[in-house]
Design a protein around this ligand. Structure first.
Ligand code: FEO
Ligand code: CA
Ligand code: CA
Ligand code: CA
Length: 503
């Protein structure tokens, strides 16, 4: 019996054991289809799938869980497998820079399930296209056209796209994270990167935009919800050691009938950072920053306008008393009780080697509140069986699907030995197994599993397999050959669809 409508979500699986096998290992009864790999042609124009796929987000076509668009982030490239090494002058050539920028950003691909239940990419799609480090983008919000961004109203491209989120109006928010090296390699202005980027996968005419009101830092992701009064709230992590947790609250209220025009809600509002000692959300305003900077000419010179605060959000946040934390990565809002989950991946500066997941409880269960309480929801380590939590996504039974990102240099060594390769863990957020982690998947050698997202019916889980064989030094001796394509001579970051194949 071929039961391809079986739900993937929930706890209906026998957890796997940690393994160092060079494959995407799943529990009995589940399979994966490789949908798109680095270099694959995605449309009739001949555009190709970028490198190091990360965040994925499924957009149903006609409400279907069998055909839709898949947004995929492409975070960074590789000298060995994409651009080639820099010259003896320490610089890439023009062609290499084109490759570097083309293979980051995002892909919009059309995916479907065929009559045998297998997921495939539809290369004849009228929607499939690339967003790259070369695509023009407009700025919105207070920093647009400001001196802080070199008076720019539009900028070139997006890159370092790590995770992201979905808006309430069916567009994607993609997060620019570690932008520095690409800026340097391509001689681009750093203040044009490190933003939250919005794209409408269905509508090419919706100009890609960077929302400066949401601040500039090492954006991991975005999680959007509504305050009790209807304003839009966006939670964000800043993935850097000793960095803060943020939320943005729009000035105006969400009006569903305005559809994509709601995008302008992200141009005006207040950015807050969390003071975890006081349980307060601190507003990052120029007035507050200048008050703190009194008597410090250097700071007064740096912070003159709200644009300066947004462009230098981390510095402003610390100045105003926000709490430095252990690398806040993904943030998700529980659809059940509106508590907010934050993956603090690790921080070797002060001994948090395995990381933990924090749960914020907003006052009055209102995402618009300016006070909160928090607890450690789950801690990485031997007992829980996971280390370095990173991306998160909820299923409809309240389970937090958590992927891990132990760095390639730490994998299978020292205190990381018992975890073997990176994995996917399912952690119930309520009920009798609350906070317990059950391993659902194990990654190929030196890969990180990123960007988990479900179809609406939860019979399919999309997942990125990022940087398999990352530690390879010699092209002729790759440490991974996943996805083990016949005739291929290199490992390829790929997006897969995971489904259940028997009842
Ligand atoms: Fe790109 Fe913080 O992971
Ligand atoms: Ca991440
Ligand atoms: Ca997520
Ligand atoms: Ca990470």
């Amino acid at each position: 019996l071929f039961g391809f409508k079986r739900k993937v979500s929930g706890l209906n699986f026998t957890p796997i054991k940690p393994t160092d096998k060079d494959d995407l290992v799943l529990p009995n009864g589940f399979r994966y289809d490789v949908i798109a790999s680095y270099g694959d042609v995605i449309n009739k124009k001949g555009d190709t799938f970028g490198y190091n796929n990360d965040f994925t987000l499924y957009f149903p076509i006609n409400n279907s869980s069998d055909r839709g668009l898949l947004w995929v982030n492409h975070e960074y490239t590789s000298d060995l497998w994409v651009t080639g090494k820099k010259g003896i002058n320490g610089k890439y050539t023009k062609d290499q820079i084109q490759k570097l920028l083309y293979n980051q950003g995002g892909s919009i691909i059309e995916v479907y399930r065929d009559e045998n239940g297998q997921w495939k990419m539809d290369k004849n799609s009228k929607y499939a296209r690339r967003i790259t480090g070369l695509t023009p983008m407009k700025l919105t919000g207070p920093a647009k056209g400001s001196q802080a961004v070199g008076n720019a109203n539009t900028v070139q491209g997006t890159f370092a796209n790590c995770s992201g989120g979905m808006t309430l109006w069916n567009t994607v928010l993609s997060a620019e994270e570690n932008y520095e090296s690409t800026c340097e390699d391509a001689s681009l202005n750093e203040t044009h990167y490190g933003w939250i980027v919005e794209i409408d996968p269905f509508n090419e005419k919706f100009e890609p935009r960077k929302h400066t009101a949401l601040g500039r830092f090492h954006h991991e992701n975005s999680a959007m919800g509504l305050a009790n009064d209807g304003r839009v709230v966006v939670y964000m992590g800043d993935d850097k050691t000793d960095a803060c947790v943020y939320k943005f609250i729009s000035k105006n209220k969400y009006v569903p009938s305005r559809k994509q025009a709601n995008s302008d809600l992200l141009a005006e509002g207040t950015l807050y950072a969390a003071n975890m000692k006081k349980g307060q959300w601190v507003a990052l305003t120029i007035e507050a920053v200048r008050e703190k900077a009194k008597g410090k000419p250097e700071l007064l010179g740096k912070f003159k306008t709200q644009a300066d605060v947004l462009v230098n959000a981390h510095e402003a946040a610390i100045l105003l008393g926000a709490t430095p934390t252990d690398r806040p990565e993904d943030v998700e809002i529980s659809p059940f009780d509106k508590t907010v989950f934050i993956a603090h991946t690790n921080n070797s500066n002060h001994g948090n080697i395995h990381g933990h997941i924090t749960r914020f409880v907003e006052a009055n269960d209102d995402l618009g509140s300016l006070t909160f309480d928090f607890e450690i929801f789950a801690a990485g380590g031997r007992q829980s069986g996971f280390s370095a939590p990173d991306n998160l996504t909820f299923d409809s039974e309240g389970n937090l699907w958590t992927v891990t990102d132990i760095s390639s240099s730490s994998l299978n060594k020292g205190v990381h030995s018992t975890f073997k390769n990176n994995g996917v863990f399912v952690i119930p957020s309520m009920g009798k197994n609350q906070g317990e982690a059950f391993q659902f998947a194990s990654a190929p050698v030196e890969a990180e599993l990123t960007g988990p997202s479900f179809t609406k019916d939860e019979t399919t889980l999309f997942l990125s397999v990022q940087h398999p064989g990352e530690g390879t030094v010699d092209k002729n001796k790759p440490t991974s050959m996943w996805p083990h394509r016949k005739g291929d001579n290199q490992p390829r970051p790929s997006v897969v669809a995971i489904t259940g194949f028997k009842y």
